[in-house]
Design a protein around this ligand. Structure first.
Ligand SMILES: *Cc1c(COP(=O)(O)O)cnc(C)c1O
Length: 407
């Protein structure tokens, strides 16, 4: 590969801290994880941060903390990753899918409102068969790193008594403001509970890992309890000098704690989060220049009242120009040594959701129109200007080969 889709940015600081952790004799959740949590809470401006072994775990604990139960309904975008909806199924609850906004590809708040109103008045809702329980929550996801219409989501949630759980797997950092004179709000402060991912290709990484943040004391306590087998307070300390061997099981919890080895990486990644963000923003500016004038490419737009994290640089192909289609476009890039990916095939088109809920093509036109056109180009902090140029050159080289228009 000349330019891979992604390569994590790891410095000697992360490596030294991991080695120091290995030498310290304390490998699992411990002092480094506590430091990572405190630093993360400060960074996003949230009261509580709980380090977990994935964002999926964070979403699961968040739904538990807001009281989702069997048969309940939870609004999720169809244009998202598997995790956003599967966690709803963990409770034997129903993920109620909603189409996305054509500009941002985040959940369409008006479409969500229409779904809620249909549900309230007993009109049919795709994928929902009576009898169903109450609608408890909405899980907006900030596509590619640009935040959803936060004010719209909050208004909807307030009107219908929904908990807002942000799938912020893509947004570290990212900001939103309601209008030009409003103050910027960071991802992590815009929902009741916010879930971050430190998977290998996310904005910062611990290899695998996640963080759940909230300002709510009670929900934070519940999530901390459930993250480690439902064991009573500070059970992670039970093998330390200050801890006690004694604990009580308060609930049948999960095994979601983050190791100190992972937190050792996270501490330094977090310190570098702004630097990594700057690098991604600079590369996006270079992409805009390098791709200008290439036919049939719709570049991602940054809305005026958003600060994009640029986790993804997802372009949309004009299929009248790229007549061989998106898959051929990606194959063509691959042949030229360029990695690419697709985020995502909408959830309602996947076999599980089709078979379980009778979903399928025709239900969510915006997501369905976008997905055959989507290509995520390589974007990672260690990319060089010449890598950006190599991607643009590869696309230029494919213009003729893939039946793009003749000049
Ligand atoms: C990566 C991702 C997740 C899952 O994160 P993990 O840390 O791998 O569990 C959830 N939602 C979205 C939108 C993601 O991209």
């Amino acid at each position: 590969m000349k330019v891979p889709f992604f390569r994590p940015s790891i410095t000697e600081d992360e490596i030294d801290e991991v080695v120091a952790t290995l030498r310290s004799g304390w490998l699992t959740t411990g002092p480094r994880t506590k430091d990572f949590e405190a630093a993360f809470a400060r960074y996003v401006g949230a009261k509580h941060a709980i380090a977990l072994n994935s964002c999926t775990a964070a979403l699961h604990l968040a739904l538990d903390a807001v009281g989702v139960g069997r048969g309940d309904a939870v609004l999720v975008p169809t244009m998202t990753f598997a995790a956003t909806a599967e966690v709803v199924r963990y409770f034997d609850a129903t993920p109620v899918m909603v189409d996305c906004d054509a500009r941002t590809l985040c959940i369409d708040v008006e479409a969500a409102r229409a779904t809620v109103l249909a549900l309230r008045t007993g009109r049919p809702v795709a994928g929902l068969r009576p009898p169903y329980g109450p609608l408890r929550a909405i899980i907006p996801m900030h596509y590619g790193g640009q935040m959803v219409d936060v004010a719209g989501v909050r208004a909807l949630a307030a009107e219908f008594g929904l908990a807002v759980i942000d799938d912020a797997a893509h947004t570290l950092p990212a900001f939103y403001r309601e209008h030009a004179r409003a103050t910027w709000r960071a991802a992590g402060t815009c929902a009741d509970i916010t879930c971050f991912s430190f998977y290998a290709n996310k904005c910062i990484t611990t290899g695998e890992g996640g963080m759940v943040v909230t300002d709510d004391d009670e929900r934070a306590a519940r999530m901390r309890l459930m993250s480690l087998h439902g064991l009573s307070k500070d059970a992670w300390k039970r093998f330390t000098a200050e801890g006690s061997w004694y604990y009580e099981i308060a609930a049948p919890g999960f095994k979601y704690n983050l190791t100190d080895i992972a937190s050792a990486i996270g501490l330094h990644q977090l310190r570098r989060a702004d630097e990594l963000w700057r690098a991604r923003r600079m590369l996006v500016a270079q992409y805009r220049e390098a791709l200008a004038g290439l036919p049939g490419l719709e570049l991602p737009e940054e809305l005026p009242d958003r600060q994009h994290s640029w986790h993804l640089f997802a372009v949309r192909l004009d299929l009248d120009v790229w007549r061989s289609g998106r898959n051929a476009f990606i194959d063509g890039l691959k042949q030229r040594g360029i990695g690419a990916s697709v985020h995502w095939m909408p959830l309602h088109l996947h076999p599980y959701y089709r078979e379980t809920y009778g979903l399928g093509p025709g239900l969510f036109p915006v997501a369905e129109a976008a997905w055959p056109r989507l290509v995520s180009l390589p974007l990672f902090p260690g990319m060089l200007t010449e890598d950006v140029r190599a991607v643009a050159d590869a696309i230029r080289g494919m213009e003729v080969a893939l039946g793009s228009r003749n000049h």
